[in-house]
Design a protein around this ligand. Structure first.
Ligand SMILES: NC(=O)C1=CN([C@@H]2O[C@H](COP(=O)(O)OP(=O)(O)OC[C@H]3O[C@@H](n4cnc5c(N)ncnc54)[C@H](O)[C@@H]3O)[C@@H](O)[C@H]2O)[C@@H](O)CC1
Ligand SMILES: Nc1ncnc2c1ncn2[C@@H]1O[C@H](COP(=O)(O)OP(=O)(O)O)[C@@H](O)[C@H]1O
Ligand SMILES: [K+]
Length: 497
């Protein structure tokens, strides 16, 4: 079965989705009943033998979900208690209906004490969190976190920003999070993903057309997003129709990174791969290369000569290359010649302070620029964007992509891909053992190899990031970067994913 695209929606967009659903005739309180029922069902499914459930209810609709869940659990025979942050009399709208339908005692959150054997439903704050958590809520959140009891969060763990995945003051650490209709960026961006525990996405009866009408070009990075754009072999394919990737090597003692990228580019399907090496490093490279070719490139004139061969259509520049003027000069020549360039590692750092020059080069006709920074490199190239901590990693990557006319792969355990048009995707499949020397070089090679095969930029970057994570999962926890290329799945495996 072919699964669909998985949109990720901001809390603000979710509010618009709710309104669309309500405007189309769905009763708002019915959505809350469905949300509360989904939370109650999760409690029963996973903690059905708990001694009881303590429901921590906030002053808004998230609290309303909590009262609904409490009522349903009580009706099903579970012992339930509700604790309110603030005076429950002040609840309004659907949350007030839920409070009335609960109809039982409501204790003060001040009196809540974590109790062994009981489950907590966290319904303090969800999409409406507006500022840092303070006062009694902080004390309760910290007490629950310090106590080893199961916590089911309604929509979001309280204190977590659904927009950015950042913590506002303090946040609960949930065992499970039940969200509604569609996931939010904060469920995947760090540290949010860790705080959510297992994520459940409950259908609360909002029609998918309402979600689709409000999606803003942000998806979970999964094969349905890019599988149709993967390179396909035809009976008459030959190596030159599969593209020729050039990977720049560093000096004599810095050649391994380029070879890792080159092997990945070849394994992901580029027809030919050549390591472009300074003469001083030829011997080191030659000793380790078999299928991959080797060519001497010492200066700009050598590179211009190579660029006359239009079959060289994609390049990786940066791994082990060294920081400085030479990297900038090479990158500008490649982009000026209208080729695809993956600028990684030292290539990125070389443009720190030369950001406009990079944008100008990327705007050249037919040029396709990919930038693959980790957090440190991102901050070096885009200091102003990075210093604005109120913006999410998605928004930061989008701004960087717009400013440089590049497809940005902002790496990390929550890698975000963004393109200049604003399309973006969050990757959630990378295991922590990818944090090993050379894995970034491999990612650059995968991307260079897909670009060599003519895959469109955004899709190529998303595919490279996902395949990188998938290969790491298949290789297992003892992974070293050399293993990644050998554990790439065949494209045919997930074309029906
Ligand atoms: N809108 C809808 O149709 C639906 C919403 N649902 C629930 O409604 C939630 C959103 O409801 P709301 O928009 O009412 O927002 P919340 O209930 O998440 O929080 C808003 C309330 O918390 C207060 N608040 C915000 N930050 C605070 C802080 N740091 N310290 C103290 N008080 C703070 C606000 O003043 C407001 O009273 C969702 O997360 C979801 O759980 C669900 O019932 C499904 C349907
Ligand atoms: N904790 C982690 N969990 C998942 N993936 C990670 C983690 N840390 C790093 N990665 C991934 O590993 C790669 C490391 O790249 P990079 O930092 O450039 O390393 P190197 O320069 O050693 O190759 C990136 O793709 C990054 O997204
Ligand atoms: K919550």
């Amino acid at each position: 079965m072919r699964t669909a695209l998985e949109p990720v929606v901001t809390p603000v967009a979710m509010g618009r989705i709710d309104r669309r659903a309500i405007d189309s005739g769905i009763v708002g309180y019915r959505l809350m009943l469905m949300a509360g029922a989904a939370i109650a069902a999760s409690v029963l499914r996973h903690y059905g033998d708990a001694a009881g459930v303590d429901v921590l209810c906030g002053p808004g609709n998230n609290g309303g979900d909590g009262y609904v869940a409490a009522k349903m659990l009580q009706t099903s025979g579970m012992c339930a208690a509700c604790y309110s942050l603030g005076d429950p009399v002040k609840l309004a709208g659907d949350a007030a209906c839920a409070r009335d339908d609960w109809g039982d005692e409501i204790l003060s959150l001040e009196d809540y004490v974590p109790t062994d054997g009981r489950v907590v439903i966290d319904a303090l704050f969800g999409a409406g969190l507006q500022r840092d958590v303070e006062g009694v809520a902080v004390r309760v959140i910290e007490a629950v976190n310090a106590f080893d009891i199961p916590v089911i969060a309604a929509d979001l763990p309280s204190g977590l920003s659904g927009e950015s995945g950042r913590v506002r003051g303090t946040a609960l650490r949930a065992s499970r999070t039940v969200t509604f209709a569609a996931p939010k960026p904060g469920h995947f961006l760090l540290p949010g993903r860790d705080l959510c525990g297992v994520l459940e996405i409950a259908d609360i009866g909002i029609p998918s057309r309402c979600i689709e009408a409000e999606t803003e070009g942000l998806w979970l990075n999964r094969p349905p997003l890019w599988r149709d754009a993967l390179p396909r072999l035809a009976a008459n394919s030959h190596k030159y129709t599969r593209g020729h990737l050039g990977v720049f090597s560093g000096g004599y003692r810095q050649t391994g990174a380029a070879r890792l990228a080159a092997i990945a580019g070849l394994r992901v399907g580029a027809g030919l791969v050549t390591v472009l090496s300074p003469a001083s490093a030829n011997a080191a490279n030659a000793a380790h290369l078999t299928t991959i070719m080797l060519r001497t490139i010492d200066g700009g004139a050598d590179l211009d000569g190579l660029l006359e061969d239009m079959r060289f259509n994609s390049f990786v520049l940066g791994p082990g290359f060294g920081v400085g003027e030479k990297a900038r000069d090479f990158a500008e020549r490649i982009l000026g010649a209208g080729r695809a360039l993956v600028l990684d590692a030292d290539g990125i750092t070389s443009f720190a302070g030369y950001h406009d020059q990079l944008a100008e080069a990327a705007a050249k006709q037919d040029a396709i620029l990919f930038i693959t920074p980790h957090q440190g490199e991102f901050a070096r190239l885009f200091p102003q964007i990075a210093s604005n901590a109120s913006r999410s990693k998605v928004e930061q990557a989008r701004s960087a992509a717009r400013e440089t006319e590049a497809i940005v792969v902002y790496k990390g355990a929550d890698t975000v891909v963004a393109d200049p048009s604003g399309r973006a995707a969050i990757c959630d499949n990378a295991p922590p053992w990818l944090a090993t020397a050379g894995s970034g070089d491999t990612l650059a090679g995968l991307l260079g190899g897909l670009a060599a095969q003519g895959m469109p930029g955004f899709e190529a970057a998303c595919a490279a990031a996902w395949l990188h994570g998938e290969a790491a999962n298949r290789a297992g926890a003892r992974l070293i970067a050399e293993d990644l290329a050998n554990n790439l799945p065949a494209f045919s495996e997930f074309q029906e994913y």
